[in-house]
Design a protein around this ligand. Structure first.
Ligand SMILES: C[S@@+](CC[C@H](N)C(=O)[O-])C[C@H]1O[C@@H](n2cnc3c(N)ncnc32)[C@H](O)[C@@H]1O
Length: 248
């Protein structure tokens, strides 16, 4: 029998599955190749090497294809068939023979893998997972991580900055009236979401870095946090095993 909490988590998961069911891009700030290639460069810098990579929630493969030349073998995972369809077109067009794509979610992915990885990463995905799901994800990922490996979670919504970004505080025309208008708009969105029993925010959940740090430590990872270069309200979490950190 499902408890109330599990039922809510499963209802939320259904919402996100449906939300991404016909999407065909990862919603980057700009879809221009010039911008995505800069984002990918920033991410490759933080991924910091390794030979094999799992990109969880790879979406349309927008970043994955930029990771491809740097790795021997890559696996992209997503629960959305339309996203994977776009990803596989990109892989085919660019003739990358080192990428496999798997349709799965954060629970089912592990049984579909047949190898472990030097890097396990996810960009813009943690916001669609609850704290409980992040906990299980890191536990499972730790079992598929090679010695010296890293889990790198990119672009996590920062609860300390995200509300400020939403009301337009970081925008170039952040006047008092504009901010007031946005606050009113956000309030309307929240009210309608709770009346319609929908998540309040189509960007999902924000997670405090301290909560992520606690989860990382529970599974013997040391986490470092860096600000996202291209999204002022997001941060990246880079996790390495504590014992391996101390060996150096
Ligand atoms: C914002 S997009 C980012 C895509 C890609 N990482 C990028 O940066 O271009 C988020 C992706 O995560 C996928 N996703 C979200 N929750 C997931 C889950 N629980 N299991 C598998 N995929 C998930 C969505 O289908 C979507 O493709």
């Amino acid at each position: 029998m499902f408890g109330e909490n599990e039922k809510n988590v499963s209802k939320l998961k259904d919402f996100w599955v449906e939300f991404f069911a016909d999407r065909r891009d990862g919603g980057h700030r700009s879809s221009a190749e010039e911008f995505i290639s800069m984002e990918a460069k920033e991410k490759l810098f933080h991924l910091d090497g390794g030979k094999t990579l799992l990109d969880f929630g790879c979406g349309a493969g927008e970043l994955l294809v930029y990771y491809a030349p740097e790795y021997e073998h890559l696996v992209g995972v997503d629960f959305s068939a339309s996203m994977l369809d776009e990803a596989s077109k990109k892989v085919r067009d660019r003739k990358y023979g080192n990428i496999s794509l798997i349709q799965a979610d954060d629970k089912t992915v592990w049984e579909k893998l047949d190898c472990s990885f030097d890097r396990i990463t996810a960009a813009g995905v943690v916001q669609y997972l609850t704290s409980q799901e992040i906990d299980s994800f890191i536990f499972n990922a730790s079992n598929y991580l090679n010695k010296g490996g890293k889990i790198v979670l990119f672009d996590i919504l920062d609860p300390r900055l995200y509300p400020l970004w939403k009301i337009g505080l970081f925008s170039q025309n952040a006047g008092f009236l504009n901010i007031l208008r946005k606050v009113g708009f956000e309030f309307k969105v929240m009210l309608s979401a709770s009346l319609n029993n929908h998540p309040k925010d189509i960007l999902g959940f924000s997670h405090n870095p301290n909560a992520i740090k606690k989860i990382a430590e529970k599974y013997n990872f040391e986490a470092t946090f860096v600000k996202s270069m291209y999204y002022e309200y997001k941060y990246h979490a880079i996790m390495s095993r504590t014992s391996e950190v101390q060996e150096f």
